[in-house]
Write a protein that binds this ligand. Structure first.
Ligand code: NAD
Length: 493
């Protein structure tokens, strides 16, 4: 399949590329240049109706009758097709999202590993066990029904893969709603899936605004389950609307994750790891460790190392393999990040690195912002409590372990946390005390296929990436069987 950039992309419904019923289109930019990248069909409620109907028919038809082993094979084939096209997919993703090509390459592989992981689980079935006396139980899992997969702009292909894999492994058909700013790779995955043999209607993609396409999916009576990743406020809104007909909902929402550095660490190595923890993806990660807490006894030395590592980051052309930090998604996002930096100054903070757009003329057209380190703010400042979603970290000292844990938990969010220490008992103690879905020790990496990923508190609920995720895409039926010689006679009649 040819994955070169195209000027024009259509919706994918029932295996066909189709225009929006309204005939409307919208244009998407390349964040590194702010030039138009391509034009997309602007879907609406009528297109959502068509897509949900196609998904329902796929489940009632050939797809619904496939053996689990056939689903396994198709998922492996899709993973292999993605691997064959990994370079092209990464390039498309970088052109669309603006982030460094080394990152998007890794994210394509994250989606591939997800498909492979769930391919192996497609046969996961129920259990059978003796209950009491003559009673035996058999549990069976059915696909939940048509799933709406609503994806944000920061990790489009990766999160589409994370949602598609368990939904399809469980036997569902889906309607994918990519973010308006980043629709390309979801469409390409759906085309690849058709090419490797997924029946039409199993994966439909409707591009368009969240307020119309997203809303139509969330309120559509034919949608059984919503898997949403995005902002906490959007998630709350979706949950309220989904309550109308009791749709199943999984929400992966925002974060303000802490990074705790204790006094016994290797300072240089920990500084390097901590720089990745915040500045990967230009800080536009739900689990970006945007609050850095450092033990007061090493605070100055650590900060020197951290600031100097931050200044060594290459901010530049996202297509260049040496770039660490690419463009932010939009001019508005640059304004938003800059607004938070100004707010930090008003709140009494000091900018130790970054704090502005780069003055490199080659980057002037794009949405670039320098990796920014701020100190001097209290944990209750807005900059330390609100999700900035950009390359900004606030550093604070702590006096002891109790204070570190208290500060780490002093947030509405609970997605991830990182702890650096050589003291194994302390690492486990602190990990256990932090209210977050993922705690990493001596590594900034938070997410792997097979490891549950998701939030506590306002970071959402429902885990992705693991066996329990598959269960969230199924309904369980318990069949209770009396194996005695006659029926039970509870009234003794
Ligand atoms: P967003 O909430 O604005 O949009 C996410 C998706 O929802 C988009 O496809 C959007 O079009 C759609 N949408 C918007 N309004 C809708 C509505 N009323 N009904 C239905 N759908 C609607 O989020 P974003 O700005 O694209 O993404 C950034 C956010 O995502 C951040 O808060 C980030 O922390 C979060 N995020 C969380 C995780 C996680 O796993 N917890 C991962 C990545 C991103």
């Amino acid at each position: 399949m040819d994955l070169s950039p195209r000027a024009r992309y259509a919706l994918i419904i029932d295996g066909q590329q189709v225009e929006a019923a309204s005939g409307e289109t919208f244009t998407v930019i390349n964040p590194a240049t702010n030039e138009a990248l391509a034009t997309f069909a602007k879907g609406g409620p009528e297109d959502v109706d068509r897509a949900v109907d196609a998904a329902r028919r796929a489940m009632e038809g050939k797809w619904g009758r496939l053996r689990p082993a056939d689903r396994t094979r198709l998922l492996y084939r899709l993973a292999a097709a993605m691997a064959d096209h990994a370079a092209d997919l990464a390039r498309l993703e970088t052109l669309n999202v603006g982030k460094a090509i080394s990152s998007t390459y890794a994210e394509v592989y994250s989606a591939i590993e997800e498909l492979e992981f769930f391919a192996g689980l497609a046969r996961a079935a129920g259990e059978a066990f003796p209950l009491a006396g003559s009673l035996q139980v058999m549990t069976q899992r059915d696909p939940v029904g048509v799933c709406a997969l609503i994806v944000p702009w920061n990790y489009p292909i990766m999160l589409t893969g994370w949602k598609l894999a368990p939904a399809l492994a469980a036997g569902n058909a889906v309607v994918v709603k990519p973010a308006s700013a980043t629709p390309i790779t979801a469409l390409m995955l759906a085309e690849l899936a058709l090419e490797v043999g997924f029946p039409p209607g199993v994966i439909n993609v409707v591009t368009g605004p969240g307020s119309t396409v997203g809303d139509a999916l969330v309120t559509h009576p034919g949608v059984a389950k919503i898997s949403f990743t995005g902002e906490t406020e959007t998630g709350k809104n979706i949950m309220r609307k989904a309550a109308g007909d009791l749709k199943r909902v999984s929400l992966e929402l925002g974060g303000k994750s802490p990074n705790l550095v204790f006094e016994d660490v290797d300072i240089e190595a920990t500084a390097a790891a901590s720089v990745w923890a915040i500045f990967y993806s230009a800080g536009q990660s739900c689990e970006a460790r945007s609050r850095l807490f450092v033990h007061k006894s090493i605070y100055d030395r650590f900060l020197d190392a951290f600031v100097s590592a931050t200044r060594r980051l290459v901010v530049g052309d996202p297509l260049d393999r040496n770039t660490h930090v690419g463009a932010l998604i939009s001019p508005q996002q640059v304004e938003r990040v800059d607004g938070y930096v100004k707010l930090a100054l008003e709140e009494g903070g000091r900018v130790l690195a970054g704090g502005s757009r780069p003055d490199d003329a080659a980057l002037a057209r794009g949405n670039f912002y320098l990796p920014t380190v701020i100190e001097g703010l209290g944990n209750h400042s807005r900059v330390c409590q609100e999700e900035i979603f950009g390359p900004v970290v606030a550093v604070q000292p702590f006096a002891d372990e109790d204070e570190a844990v208290r500060l780490a938990n002093d947030t509405q969010f609970g997605l991830a946390a990182t702890v650096f220490t050589r003291d194994a008992a302390r690492a486990l103690r602190v990990a256990r005390s932090i209210k977050a879905g993922t705690v990493t020790v001596n590594t900034p990496f938070t997410s792997f296929a097979g490891v549950p990923f998701g939030g506590f508190k306002a970071s959402g609920f429902g885990r992705e990436r693991a066996l329990e995720t598959l269960h969230l895409y199924t309904e369980t039926r318990s069949v209770i069987i009396n194996t005695g010689k006659g029926p039970h006679n509870p009234f003794g009649l």
